[in-house]
Design a protein around this ligand. Structure first.
Ligand SMILES: [Zn+2]
Length: 82
């Protein structure tokens, strides 16, 4: 088996990307365990924002349905029948 093409196996020059959370330039390398984030803090912030958002949306829509239901029932009760 011939040796692998050095161009294929050569590591690419480290590229820099802005951290999605704080926009700090981050070197994209296997040494950066938090990529694409610059740090564990930014990684957790992003995950937390995600979890927070889905939690909030789910709770709101459930409450909205209950609210609408209650409002409709109240409107029925309050509406004069005569
Ligand atoms: Zn960051």
């Amino acid at each position: 088996m011939p040796p692998a093409n050095p161009n294929d196996s050569a590591p690419r020059a480290p590229s820099e990307l802005p951290c999605p959370q704080c926009r700090t330039r981050v070197v994209w390398s296997s040494e950066n365990a938090y990529r694409p984030f610059c740090s564990r803090r930014c990684q957790l912030l992003d995950l937390g924002a995600w979890a927070d958002e889905s939690h909030r949306i789910g709770g709101e829509s459930a409450m909205d349905e209950a609210d609408i239901d209650a409002m409709l029932r109240e409107a029925d009760r309050d509406a004069p029948l005569s």
